[in-house]
Design a protein around this ligand. Structure first.
Ligand code: 1DF
Ligand code: MN
Length: 354
């Protein structure tokens, strides 16, 4: 049974929604057939691509659709617009040459889907961090030719983090074009996943958040935001718990710097939580929980907290009803559902569905 959601005094823009061209599944099948498959990739995509379970079948069907199925689900849930990204791990599990060329293909596919439904879909630019110069070029192409205004990076790339300066051409391009980067989860890399996998906790239930929270924190401690002060990173899942850690991060980071315990922990211009407040936007993907949302608004400000559903992985209409019913002042609620996303993803009023 479909429960239709009522109109509201705001447009609902869901900001962490996934798609997957069927051509990417062909590449994934080849990778999964190789003798040494990354354990996280095998656990995640190996599962969704082969499981007969209703969840997996539903997700595969929705991921590859950019028309009737997706829009029907959006209408039933009252989601007016989706900001869509290539599903995790995107091209980041591929070899460099394949990743560079497939990122362009995927971005063209997404742009084509958006052209069919310009008032319903907004796109994020997929890039291959494996080749930072090509990634920077693709950000320029995505913004200047495809009309997209954000980038998606699915956390680590073959176990490497963007805290390594070899990747910073990507940040340079993003900052120069005023293009936020959605640091979306991936399963933990091979050298981290063991105890997660053993307990079945490597995926969205917990491993995603631990890995991606770590990645975001590594950007802060590496001084990325001292070097690129205007750069904006978007985190899903209520900031992968970092707002909740803010006090302890500030205290212990300062204590660690003072004691000169690690060469890798250098003084920063500001406290870790200051960067959270000025260089991050946070979505509630997967966390339709008013208390967590209100806490995060308190920590980073109500201009930096946005709605996301995480379609199709968490297609839950009752969550939209719950969020509509949050006891939050109407101005803040419109920012949360609509205007923060409009500002961040450059969505003009003229594109909003009516
Ligand atoms: C899952 C969740 C998979 C999310 C995702 O991409 C994803 C999942 C492969 O439940 O397996 O984006 N998520 O963001 O929560
Ligand atoms: Mn997601």
């Amino acid at each position: 049974m479909t429960q239709h959601t009522r109109p509201a005094p705001y447009v609902r823009i869901a900001t962490e929604e996934a798609f997957c061209p069927s051509e990417m599944l062909d590449i994934y099948r080849t990778i999964l057939a190789q003798p040494h498959v990354d354990p996280g990739f095998k656990s995640l995509m190996g599962f969704y691509m082969s499981s007969p379970s209703e969840r997996a079948q539903h997700i595969m069907r929705c991921l590859t659709d950019m028309d009737q199925i997706r829009i029907g689900h959006m209408d039933d849930a009252g989601v007016d617009m989706q900001v869509i990204a290539l599903t995790s791990p995107g091209v980041q599990c591929m070899d460099t040459a394949t990743a560079v060329s497939f990122a362009k293909f995927a971005n063209d596919e997404l742009a084509t889907g958006i052209r069919r439904h310009p008032t319903r879909f907004v796109g994020m630019i997929a890039v291959a961090p494996q080749d930072p110069a090509e990634a920077a070029k693709e950000i320029h192409r995505g913004v200047n030719q495809l009309g997209m205004h954000s980038v998606v990076i699915n956390s680590h790339t073959h176990g490497e983090y963007l805290s390594d300066p070899k990747f910073w051409e990507i940040f340079e391009a993003a900052e120069a074009l005023n293009t936020p980067i959605y640091l979306h989860p991936n399963t933990p890399p091979a050298n981290m996943i063991g105890p997660f996998l053993e307990a079945g906790l490597d995926g969205a239930v917990f491993g995603f958040g631990v890995e991606t929270g770590l990645h975001a924190l590594r950007l802060i401690t590496a001084g990325v935001f001292d070097r690129f002060p205007k750069l904006q990173i978007i985190l899903g899942h209520m900031g992968e718990a970092l707002p909740f850690w803010a006090y302890r991060l500030d205290y212990m980071h300062a204590a660690t710097v003072r004691s000169k315990r690690y060469d890798s922990v250098k003084p920063l211009k500001r406290k870790p939580s200051d960067y959270l407040r000025d260089n991050f936007h946070i979505t509630c993907s997967g966390m339709a929980w008013h208390k967590a949302i209100a806490f995060t608004q308190d920590v980073v400000g109500e201009d930096r907290v946005l709605y996301a559903m995480d379609y199709p992985y968490q297609y839950a209409i009752d969550e939209v009803h719950a969020l509509d019913g949050m006891d939050m002042n109407p101005v803040a609620k419109k920012k949360f559902y609509q205007t923060n996303a409009q500002a961040l993803f450059n969505i003009p009023d003229a594109l909003l569905p009516r």
